[in-house]
Design a protein around this ligand. Structure first.
Ligand code: ZN
Length: 306
């Protein structure tokens, strides 16, 4: 159906029998799939009129099928479109979920509906994302012309968006196609008192048959742990060959004074993997994996400090 979107909840692809969709400018979200992944409950009351009662973290929203307003606690919330039932699934506009602390955003061109809630593992944590290359340095260029610098920037920006929805404080070494020296990238991370440094790249090799995902760290146990968490999520999410976690003395890893890793998502020199990297939904899935890897690492780091 036209207007259907992929559903992402809390950094994971979520299965919903009925996909989220755009109705004009309004995002209609399958209530149960979005809310339950955030730890809330959805009660469907068949009516008539059919209603949905959503509870999350002590907050309550209620919406009625066909009505242009909902209630959040005792407050009335005007809705741009009424909730509808499609194949036994209640779709509600994002405005019903926001008062409960569930942010809803549409990621274009990946055509994904991102639902996220604050996450205690990430809230206030300072994370630095470093999209490799840029400007006069395009990085690797695939046989079809895909440029590494464009791939890394998009993946970094999507990752930052997911982290931001969860409450993390993210910074990027660049937000446009421009050249930034490695020294300046690290200096920016230091200035922002970054807790984690993640450099994003795409691989290249003379043999087009080389393929898969690999992640690098340098020396410290903490960085190795970060690299492992990121690699594991990437392999699970993207399903490419697992080339493992490796130690290497790359400049940004060697000089980073915080846990740091550098990931090579896939091989731009492989025509198959280039086609994947050129696809916006695949890049968003890479961002989901990076988000989850960082979240896992932060959780273990927090547990260690406690
Ligand atoms: Zn690179």
């Amino acid at each position: 159906m036209a207007g259907e979107l992929h559903l992402v909840v809390n950094g994971r692809r979520a299965l919903a029998r009925v996909a989220p969709r755009l109705a004009g400018d309004t995002v209609m979200v399958p209530a149960r799939a979005a809310v339950e992944s955030c730890g809330g409950t959805v009660e469907y009351l068949p009516g008539p009129p059919a209603r949905v009662v959503i509870m999350l973290g002590g907050s309550r929203s209620e919406a009625v099928v066909g009505e242009n307003q909902a209630t959040a606690g005792t407050r009335l919330v005007p809705l741009p479109a009424p909730p509808v039932i499609v194949e036994d699934t209640m779709l509600v506009p994002a405005e019903v979920l926001r008062p409960l602390g569930i942010e809803v955003e549409v990621a274009e061109p990946a055509r994904a509906c991102l639902c996220g809630c604050r996450d205690s593992r990430l809230r206030g944590r300072r994370i630095f994302l470093d999209p490799g290359h840029g400007g006069s340095d395009p990085g690797a260029i695939g046989p079809g012309g895909t440029r590494e610098a464009a791939v890394t920037l998009d993946v970094a920006q999507q990752t930052a968006r997911l982290l931001g929805m969860a409450g993390a404080v993210t910074s990027l070494s660049r937000t446009s196609d421009r050249k930034v020296s490695l020294e300046r990238r690290l200096a920016a991370a230091e200035t922002r008192r970054t807790e984690v440094f993640l450099s994003i790249h795409a691989n290249s090799f003379t043999d087009q048959r080389a393929r898969g995902t690999e992640t690098y760290y340098y020396e410290t146990w903490e960085s190795q742990k970060l690299a492992s968490a990121v690699q594991q999520e990437l392999v699970e999410e993207l399903g490419l060959a697992d080339r493992g976690v490796k130690e290497a003395s790359y400049y940004v890893l060697r000089h980073a004074r915080m846990p740091a890793c550098l990931t090579e998502l896939a091989f731009l020199s492989s025509p198959d993997e280039e086609a994947l990297l050129a696809d916006a939904w695949f890049r968003l899935r890479a961002a989901l994996a990076l988000f989850r890897g960082i979240r896992t690492f932060m959780d273990s780091a927090a547990a260690r400090l406690a």
